[in-house]
Design a protein around this ligand. Sequence first.
Ligand code: ZN
Length: 139
Amino acid sequence: MSTYVPAALRRQVIERASSCCEYCRFPQTVSLLAFEIEHIISEKHGGLTSLDNPALACPYCNRAKGTDLGSIDPKTQRLTPFFNPRTQTWHDHFTLTDAVITPLTAEGRVTVLILQFNILDRLQEREQLLRAGLYPGRN
Ligand SMILES: [Zn+2]
């Protein structure tokens, strides 16, 4: 979680993510908080700090995810991994319903739930960004 990430790798991760959180797609450019380099597979579970594991995450998503790898899907009751921004495509797992990020799959459901995409504060922020044309979720 707080491992040193070399500056060059940090830059590559931010560029690859187009400066948006790879989970909730919040743009870093309009955030007052610094985004974080998150380990998709946490170091605790053997994840490496090479280019194929880190993701750019907003502080909300990163803190909510912690070292977790997944959760119990509320629909199937099965242990399900989180959405993986390295191997999966956001629009295959989520869609926007107004400002609400609606999950389309089991991975989407556990990610929306545990990373708390749709709590009130975040919904209100997303609504404002959508109105201003600054939220990239529809692309
Ligand atoms: Zn996020």
